[in-house]
Design a protein around this ligand. Structure first.
Ligand SMILES: *Cc1c(COP(=O)(O)O)cnc(C)c1O
Length: 411
């Protein structure tokens, strides 16, 4: 019998979210621990895509921009993402990619603090955030990107020169959760603004952007929100910043009267000012189905199961780590997102050997095995089975097979 099996069975029985797995399409024989990178399809997404493509595109043609509500999807879906991150209606739009939204949010924040020149971020942020911040700094003379060694350092570096702080709510490698209330307050006390990157927390960690009076937030919809590969991202701007919102990608979707076809740009009122151009409607429709799956579920319930799943995994995996020279680098207290990261010298090969057995996690350089725990479709039984497979891979040394050390294009 698996270690932890009786406990897993009891936990599954008591799980109020266990019926939600039905809503997702998951292949047989797979334990999916990578929903923090790409969530699986909600079954309803296939019918939604079929309807959007065959009926609305195929039959409705251009009429569907009005008749099927295509034009407003950025806003209607934005408000539904807003519910999950503590934003009022009219403060969030779904559009573009996270990278592009980092660019827009940083520019908007810098424009609101014209006398300040520093963008502050953590060195261990997800790289695209830093690359985009470099691009923003490079496109505004005098703007400087400063990097902090960690979040403690970051808190200390916020001062009267800081225009905007860009922070990943959850560290994509370790899974450590930043204190959003504390860092937002510190930034505001110094007169700075904050852009929160919620890629690894939207839909799985309760977030209260309005209660905390947060300034800007951005994030993906293809991780815990299950919107599909390349699903459009979201961007939130606090209502109190709307009148002063300026961003350089001033496309026609952000115009006050897009169909007046004026030759000069006049900004739209409100959050639509953060749009740019025509959006991928089919992808937005897959996201709509994914948000439907979250209807009626409180993020607090998702969080409770997330902490239980990750806690259970760490409890079972800890003795293994001791035996095989591995180390859990995810915080044991509640200061974690919904993933567990384990450092091991041969992390890449071990993950490949697990994937061959249908246990899908991922590898992050230099030596991290990352396992994501998405509460809507994972069971405690699967957690126990994954740990059992990991034990077997480590004990048997199957990971040593040279085929597991060849790096693929995407890791
Ligand atoms: C996944 C992720 C991204 C991805 O950005 P894209 O523009 O969608 O490629 C950005 N930032 C963080 C923190 C992420 O986890």
């Amino acid at each position: 019998m698996l270690a932890g099996a009786p406990e897993a069975a009891a936990l599954d029985l008591a799980d109020p979210l266990r019926g939600k797995r039905e809503l997702f399409q998951l292949p047989a024989g797979v334990i999916y621990l990578d929903g923090n990178s790409l969530g699986p399809p909600p079954k309803a997404a296939f019918a939604e895509l079929e309807q959007a493509a065959r009926q609305e595109w195929g039959e409705g043609l251009i009429r569907s921009w009005n008749a099927a509500g295509w034009w407003s999807l950025t806003d209607t879906l934005g408000d539904r993402v807003g519910r999950l991150i503590g934003a009022a209606a009219g403060e969030t739009v779904v559009t573009d990619t996270t990278s592009i939204n980092v660019f827009k949010a940083l520019h908007a924040a810098l424009a609101l603090r014209p006398e300040r020149r520093v963008i502050l971020a953590e060195r261990d942020s997800f790289p695209t955030d830093l690359y985009m911040a470099e691009g923003v700094a490079g496109s505004r003379s005098g703007t400087e990107l400063r990097l902090a060694a960690d979040s403690g350092d970051l808190a200390k570096m916020i001062d009267e020169r800081t225009a905007v702080v860009l922070i990943n709510h959850v560290d994509y490698r370790t899974g450590a959760l930043r204190d959003m209330a504390d860092l937002t307050r510190r930034a505001h006390q110094a007169g700075a603004l904050v852009v929160w990157d919620l890629c690894h927390s939207a839909g799985v960690v309760p977030i209260e952007l309005d209660t905390l009076d947060a300034d800007f937030a951005i994030g993906c919809t293809y991780k815990y929100l299950n919107g599909g590969p390349g699903a459009p991202a979201f961007i939130f701007a606090n209502r109190r910043h709307h009148d002063g919102l300026v961003q350089p990608l001033s496309g026609w979707w952000a115009h006050a009267a897009p169909f007046a076809m004026e030759s000069g740009y006049r900004p739209a009122a409100g959050i639509r000012r953060l749009l740019c151009g025509t959006q991928p409607i089919l992808s937005l429709r897959a996201l709509k189905a994914a948000l439907d799956a979250l209807d009626g579920i409180e993020v607090a319930a998702i969080r409770a199961k997330s902490l239980a799943l990750t806690g259970f995994f760490m409890e079972l995996v800890e003795p293994l780590c001791r035996d095989f020279g591995a180390r859990i680098i995810t915080p044991r207290d509640d200061g974690r997102g919904s993933q567990v990261a384990i450092a091991h010298e041969q992390a890449y090969s071990v993950v490949q050997a697990l994937i061959e057995r249908g246990i899908i996690g991922d590898f992050r350089a230099p030596d991290i095995m990352r396992f994501g725990f998405a509460p809507l479709y994972l069971s405690f039984r699967e957690v126990a089975a994954a740990v059992d497979a990991l034990r077997d891979v480590l004990a048997s040394g199957t990971w040593r097979d040279p085929k597991f050390s060849t790096k693929a294009l995407v890791t």
